[in-house]
Unconditional design. Structure first.
Length: 366
């Protein structure tokens, strides 16, 4: 029997966004009885000793059954140690939640999970959760572009401190979040309390239904639909003007709001894609815009494959593709969503359409 990697959830959020309160509530929730939570320091979350079943210097077992582990050394060592103890039967857990620091970029953690050979076999990213403070979050987004990026990279946004604002203020804040990341569902945490089931099972698995996979690549904006072998004028969208921020030495005008630098672009391709075309497109996209792409998600149909696969990237790091065995055979449409900063409008659709229209690409397919 093939062992499935342990799903990992990253919990991020800017300083003061309610992440610690959420963590405290999760550690006490009976729905976390098979989870291991990796935190930076025990002292930061103030564990209630009345709720601790047992503890060691680096690990605490809560009475809820949830394991709380403090990072010792680097994250890779901590995860490897957890896995070794699990294999030895000393501890039991079915998923991992990793807390990031307030200003942390999730990218390096994802890179650790993917690039470390042993870890990539034992663990797989399930999703990125970002806490957003309804009371002061708008000001944080105004002042800190890092906070905007955390929203943009989220698979789920957890709204906190919603009791401190009016319904109109909350609606305005949610509208702003939706503009930054239209595909990320939002959930409210009441003083940190939330059903853990709302936070997990984010990324598609081999047994995911079509509806689950489609919700993962949902985009509220109308996607660009590309017919087979669609073409554009003979310009290369990968060669953008050198004064654009995608290129070294380029400059990008700073908009009045940081939000304006973030865009979500999506495309749909009606027929299966040549594997050569897709590989060339993805490689070109990463070579030209790797530092500007925050998230890339897709359900991709490739010529010659029985099932489509789910593609999941954070910045320039991609998890191994997941075949979707339960996808209906009649639906051959590929759907790709990219969230990036400082991307020109239509960049995603134009880049793929350009590759599909090139004579040299057609020759490769013969």
């Amino acid at each position: 029997m093939t062992m499935q990697p342990i799903p990992v959830t990253l919990l991020t959020g800017f300083l003061g966004s309610g992440k610690t309160t959420l963590l405290n509530a999760l550690l006490r929730h009976p729905g976390m009885d098979r989870a291991a939570v990796v935190i930076n320091e025990f002292g930061e979350i103030g564990l209630d000793h009345d709720l601790i079943e047992s503890s060691t210097e680096a690990m605490v077992l809560m009475r809820s059954g949830c394991l709380c582990c403090e990072v010792r050394g680097d994250l890779a060592q901590t995860l490897a140690g957890l896995h070794d103890r699990r294999e030895a039967g000393e501890i039991g857990f079915d998923r991992v939640v990793i807390e990031t620091t307030g200003i942390a970029d999730p990218g390096p953690i994802v890179q650790t999970l993917v690039m470390d050979g042993a870890l990539s076999y034992d663990f797989a990213l399930d999703g990125v959760l970002t806490t957003a403070d309804a009371a002061t979050g708008a000001r944080t987004l105004d002042r800190q572009f890092e906070a905007v990026q955390q929203i943009a990279m989220a698979d789920r946004v957890i709204l906190t401190k919603t009791d401190l604002v009016t319904p109109a203020q909350l609606a305005a804040f949610e509208t702003r979040i939706a503009a930054i990341n239209p595909g990320a569902p939002r959930a409210k945490a009441d003083h940190g309390a939330i059903d853990p089931a709302l936070l997990f099972g984010v990324s598609p698995r081999q047994d995911s239904s079509q509806a689950q996979a489609l919700s993962w690549v949902a985009a509220t904006r109308q996607p660009a639909r590309l017919p087979p072998l669609s073409g554009l004028k003979d310009t290369n969208p990968f060669s953008l003007p050198q004064n654009h921020g995608l290129f070294a030495g380029g400059t990008t005008p700073t908009p009045a709001s940081h939000d304006g630098r973030i865009s979500s672009q999506s495309i749909e391709i009606a027929t299966p894609i040549s594997p050569i075309v897709f590989d060339l497109w993805l490689e070109s996209l990463m070579n030209s815009a790797a530092s500007e792409i925050l998230r890339l998600k897709g359900v991709v149909h490739v010529e010659g494959m029985t099932h489509p696969f789910a593609l999941h990237g954070v910045q320039h790091i991609f998890h191994p593709p997941v075949p979707l065995a339960h996808w209906p055979a009649e639906d051959k449409t590929s759907r790709i969503v990219v969230i990036g900063r400082d991307l020109p409008p239509g960049y995603l659709a134009e880049s793929l359409a350009f590759l599909r229209s090139r004579p040299e690409t057609t020759e490769h397919q013969l």
